[in-house]
Design a protein around this ligand. Structure first.
Ligand code: COA
Length: 179
């Protein structure tokens, strides 16, 4: 099987690689139970590491399908896991989502990872469009996309449920890079 995306993507400061079971305990401690990190996510903070283990198990299995590509972001200088970036196949491209432990915000790690992922994806002749959505109040996430060369295409009304903010679906920005 030819993979749509490679198992490893290198950036100047990061290696993107598939998850392994040991990552569950690391990301549970680093951010999965952190309400500030989860604020704009589609999931609730994990109550126990068991939830994170289930999630990582699902991520590992997802790599078999060649449609969902969850990457761990590992810092090269000290091999620390900083967060995750995942890409999901769409008709002619990918939809991406990402999260970083709070300790590592503000160093430009996520734009570096998202730009590298998009650059790598566009080496595939079948991929033309990389898109992402974010809550209209999630300024840091919008900045990640702008700094990664994505263009804001519009506002999607009542588009995504962000259960940490409201029981009702919320408006999102949609951003894309295309070739
Ligand atoms: C969104 C996120 C991945 C940004 O990654 P990052 O590597 O910190 O990105 P950058 O360093 O380029 O900073 C992006 C923006 O975050 C904000 N920011 C920077 N440092 C920050 C800090 N310490 N605390 C809060 N926000 C900060 C700024 O608005 C910055 O934009 P600027 O560069 O124009 O000033 C990270 O904030 C995060 O994991 N948030 C929680 C999960 C989430 O919301 N994911 C996206 C769902 S759509």
């Amino acid at each position: 099987m030819t993979r749509l995306l490679p198992e490893r993507i290198e950036t100047p400061r990061l290696t993107l690689r598939p998850p392994v079971p040991q990552d569950a305990g690391i990301i549970f401690a680093a951010y999965c139970q952190d309400a500030a990190v989860c604020r704009y996510m589609v999931w609730l903070p994990h109550a126990s590491v068991d939830t994170t283990r289930q999630f990582i198990g699902w991520c590992i299995a997802a790599w078999e399908g060649n449609a969902v590509f969850p990457y761990m972001l590992v810092r090269k200088s000290d091999a620390r896991v900083l967060g995750m970036l995942d890409a999901r196949s769409t008709e002619h491209g990918l939809n991406v989502g990402y999260v970083l432990a709070r300790e590592h915000w503000g160093h430009g790690y996520m734009p570096e990872a998202v730009r590298a992922l998009a650059d790598t994806a566009f080496l595939q002749p079948a991929l033309f469009r990389i898109e992402a959505t974010c809550d209209v109040e999630n300024r840091p996430s919008a900045r990640v996309l702008e700094k990664s060369g994505f263009v804001r295409e519009g506002r999607l009304a009542r588009y995504t449920m962000h259960p940490n903010l409201s029981p009702e679906p919320r408006d999102c920005w949609i951003y894309a890079r295309s070739r």
